[in-house]
Write a protein that binds this ligand. Sequence first.
Ligand code: S3P
Length: 172
Amino acid sequence: MLERHIFIIGMPGSGKSSLGRKVAANLRLGYVDTDRRIAELVGISIPEIFKKYGEAKFRTAEKNLLIRLVTEPPQIISTGGGMVMDPFNRELMRNYGVILLVDRPLEQILGDIKLDRRPTFLEGGLEEVERVYHERYETYHSAADLVLDNSKGYYNGVTNMERLIRSRFRLN
Ligand code: S3P
């Protein structure tokens, strides 16, 4: 059992969800992916939510979900890449948990990011990914309590994320 939430933050395509899901299963911790939860609640995909209702509505839904999740028992919460950019969300994350940044080199993200699942990159493509990477870099790093270097592949990422969490929370 965790005494605080673990908020996983980072760029789209950095590996937040795949690593978070696997590590939560390995450590037998609760897990939620905020994008997936919003899509389930609304009943349509994230790109469809953006298209039908616009980004501002999505951001409101994201914030409301975070407000709800922080009062639940601590778990691993994988967040959408824009969640921590909002100062109010950042404050909540700081107050209720530990913020873990998944840090993956831009070149690797550009190499395999799935643009069709990411409405904010629909127009600008890889150039927009690059712009957003640089725009968010400082905020991601200054918000993070823990930084996971995810430059050496999935299995290395899983092992190192587990190690970080075990030592931070003194789990066996
Ligand atoms: C967003 C990232 C997405 C999703 C939405 C907006 C962003 O999540 O929340 O498309 O602004 O970076 P992922 O980081 O899981 O792609």
